[in-house]
Design a protein around this ligand. Structure first.
Ligand code: ADP
Ligand code: CIR
Length: 342
């Protein structure tokens, strides 16, 4: 492969940081799972409008292609090569009393983390057989849950089109992977060995073999952020008894997209802010101050509807899980106060 011809259309951090010198140094390497630089950058090359444009095929990718990943990780997370990541899943460290009037504004709260199995390559370089093994390991562990978290695993193949569509519309299930995931090989053999576990009330869900091997999700109506966090932690602790997740003291939980490294956590609310929506400048300034990201109502790359936004923590690496949720709580509190004053 020759050095790619980047044009002004290429917006990604990958295209910004992949110099000819780094390319020449890395172009003939491959990880023990045969993951090459070309595979890692394919999504950004095929999709010039990518924001990041690179995916890891395994934990080793982050080391072998460090000359490219590190400046991307530094720019996205403000995190340096020698920094350490620390996890904190102690719910008692979170200061999140129920917000006054929360339920007038917050429609629902959702916290998810991404996880990948320690002994497996990541999604972009996994084989069909390994994807099948992961589905078996994770679903059989989840099927042993009791109490509030008890539920059932549904493989996509066993769900009718109507059931799939209604789970997507109600924000419980992932959509079929987009062109970014397609070019990263994350849609290979779709929809085989993908699926969703959920408890009866759909307050605890696990996606299997989407962008990451597990997306562990706690969600419910209203704004009790602490309750949602606590349920998530209980579920993570249960799963950790029967499987070990890929983790490094430098990068935290290892995920296929470098934006999710660290806590791999996105803590969000769907919140009604019609007045602030009329002053996007003010809205964005508050979000920047509290390290928040604004998404549309149907997740990444979607639009707002009726003044309802998806507001979540932006920081994930170099800050603990408790801090991610705290960022979201503090920022949402500030947004509600401003909305009330308008
Ligand atoms: P992820 O959060 O896993 O990175 P997305 O941004 O695509 O991925 O969101 C996945 C789904 O979760 C979407 O349907 C989105 O609308 C839904 N979602 C996100 N936050 C909330 C929330 N607070 N309440 C209800 N649904 C939510
Ligand atoms: C991009 O580079 O724009 C896409 N690969 C998406 C990056 C955002 N991260 C993500 O969805 N995990």
């Amino acid at each position: 492969m020759n050095y790619p011809e980047f044009t002004s259309e290429h917006k990604s951090l990958m295209s910004k940081h992949l110099s000819k010198e780094i390319f020449d140094k890395l172009k003939t390497k491959q990880t023990s799972n045969n993951y090459t630089l070309q595979m890692a950058i394919n999504s950004g090359l095929k999709n010039p409008d990518s924001g990041i444009g690179i995916y890891a095929g395994d934990k080793e990718s982050y080391e072998l292609y460090q000359d490219l990943f590190d400046p991307i990780i530094k720019e996205y997370h403000n995190f340096n090569t020698n920094d350490k990541h620390q996890s904190n899943l102690n719910v008692n460290d979170l200061k999140a009393p129920l917000l006054k009037d929360a339920d007038d504004f917050i429609i629902s709260t959702r916290i998810r983390v991404g996880r990948n199995l320690d002994q497996m390559p990541l999604g972009p370089s996994i084989s069909d057989k390994q994807r099948n093994e992961i589905e078996n390991i994770v679903s059989s562990s989840l099927n042993k849950l009791e109490g509030d978290l008890k539920g059932k695993y549904f493989s996509l193949n066993n769900l009718s089109k109507e059931d799939r569509d209604s789970l997507i519309k109600d924000h419980f299930l992932f959509k079929e992977g987009d062109r970014f995931l397609e070019a990263a090989s994350l849609n290979n053999s779709w929809p085989e060995n993908r699926g969703i576990f959920h408890n009866v009330n759909k307050t605890f869900l696990v996606w299997i073999n989407e962008e990451d091997q597990l997306r562990i999700i706690s969600m419910q109506k209203g704004g009790d952020i602490k309750e949602v966090f606590e349920r998530l932690i209980n579920a993570i602790k249960f799963l950790e008894k029967s499987m070990s997740f890929s983790f490094s003291s430098h990068l935290g939980y290892i995920t296929s997209c470098p934006t999710n490294l660290g806590t791999a956590m996105r803590a969000s609310v769907h919140i009604k802010l019609p007045k602030l929506a009329n002053d996007m400048n003010k809205f964005e300034n508050i979000c920047d101050k509290y390290f928040l990201q604004i998404r549309g109502i149907n997740g990444e790359h979607s639009e707002s509807e009726g003044g309802i936004y998806d507001i979540s923590n932006k920081r994930r690496l170099g800050v603990s899980e408790v801090q991610c949720v705290q960022d979201m709580y503090d920022g949402v509190k500030a947004l509600i106060e401003v909305e009330k004053s308008l």
